[in-house]
Write a protein that binds this ligand. Structure first.
Ligand code: RB5
Length: 146
């Protein structure tokens, strides 16, 4: 499994935790950054991550900003991206099963009831169910540009 990870200054520590967790799980990653506290624009980080993802060989991407909102909206503006911003383990599992999300986002300044690592694990360990969910994904993706 291989993933791409990017964050802005709003989630530097949390991104490092995510990288540590990926190492523990023996998941290969490309880290876009930033590992610095200086302000950086989240749309740029989302774009870099998606451009890297599109090179191929990646299973999914992980994005982090202060809320997870700006960076997930940015990624979702790009063709073919379905970036989820799950509230908890349940939502993380279901977005893989039903939405086949290819990116997952977190907020570094958000208080989650479960750890980011646990939420990430729920996403990683779930599998897309296909069937009627594929039809809805096709409908969702057809909304692009409308
Ligand atoms: C940066 O201050 C902050 O706006 C950003 O990390 C994110 O929360 C935006 O959605």
């Amino acid at each position: 499994m291989k993933v791409v990870v990017a964050n802005d200054h709003g989630a530097v520590k949390e991104a490092q935790r995510v990288l540590e967790h990926l190492k523990k799980r023996n998941i290969e990653f490309t880290y876009i950054g930033t590992d610095k506290e200086e302000s950086i624009d989240y749309p740029l980080q989302a774009e870099k991550a998606v451009v890297e993802f599109r090179k191929g060989g990646y299973d999914f991407g992980i994005l982090l900003c202060g809320t997870g909102i700006g960076i997930s909206i940015s990624a979702n503006k790009m063709e073919g991206i379905r970036c989820a911003l799950p509230q908890d383990k349940y939502a993380a599992e279901m977005t893989k099963k039903h939405n086949a999300s290819n990116f997952i986002a977190f907020g570094g300044r958000v208080e989650y009831k479960e750890s980011i690592e646990e939420i990430l694990d729920a996403y990683i360990d779930a599998e897309f169910e296909g069937g009627r969910h594929q039809r809805r994904i096709d409908m969702m993706m057809a909304l692009s540009g409308k």
